[in-house]
Design a protein around this ligand. Structure first.
Ligand code: NAP
Length: 161
């Protein structure tokens, strides 16, 4: 099932539909990272695919029907901040980042929405720009959120700039 195929208004969402978003976007990525970290293999950076849909400060009110998806990304963002803080306290220098990949022409974005989607980019452009962004970040950036254009997401990054 596609993530967006299971999109419904939050008032109509079933337990299973809501849980599907949380399992896929929040719990799955965090537990995968947890298992990687437990190997004690030097990892360098873990970059999580988040979304500007998960913005709390820059709420996307127009995204009717995407509440489960948006909530799962907001929860991911908060879990990322905790993971980075926990690692810093343990003097672990793994860098934890959240990324917004842009509006990318993938299967996920291949849905009809009632609003105009601006600035669609190719997966190649998104990935190549995100690699540059990820490589430009150091341990001082761990726990922060960046867009594919290297713009800081202030709604999450309250403690920098
Ligand atoms: N595209 C955008 O505009 C956009 C914008 C903001 C954020 N993002 C984020 O970027 C990431 C990649 O998305 P995409 O655009 O590349 O989407 P995509 O082309 O639809 O790819 C999604 C991938 O996730 C896998 N997947 C979906 N549900 C899963 C589940 N329950 N368990 C395990 N794997 C699952 C799919 O596997 P199968 O192929 O086997 O189904 C597929 O490989 C996502 O986290 C998305 O939220 C995308």
């Amino acid at each position: 099932m596609s993530l967006f195929a299971s999109s419904t208004n939050i008032q109509d969402s079933s337990f299973d539909e809501f849980a599907f978003h949380l399992h896929t976007n929040t719990i799955g990525p965090i537990i995968t990272a947890q298992k990687l970290l437990q190997t004690n293999i030097p990892i360098g950076t873990i970059a999580f695919m988040s979304s500007d849909s998960g913005s709390v400060g820059n709420f996307h009110e127009r995204e009717d029907g995407f509440a489960g998806y948006a909530a799962s990304k907001a929860a991911l963002n908060m879990a990322i901040r905790h993971m980075a803080a926990e690692l810093k306290r343990k003097d672990d220098d793994t860098i934890i980042l959240a990324m917004h990949p842009g509006e990318v022409a993938t299967d996920l974005a291949n849905v009809q929405v009632p609003w105009q989607v601006q600035g669609i980019i190719t997966p190649e452009e998104s990935v190549s720009k995100m690699i540059d962004v990820i490589q430009s970040k150091g341990i001082q950036h761990s726990g922060t959120f960046w867009t594919w254009e290297n713009k800081v997401s202030h709604f999450l990054n309250l403690h920098i700039q």
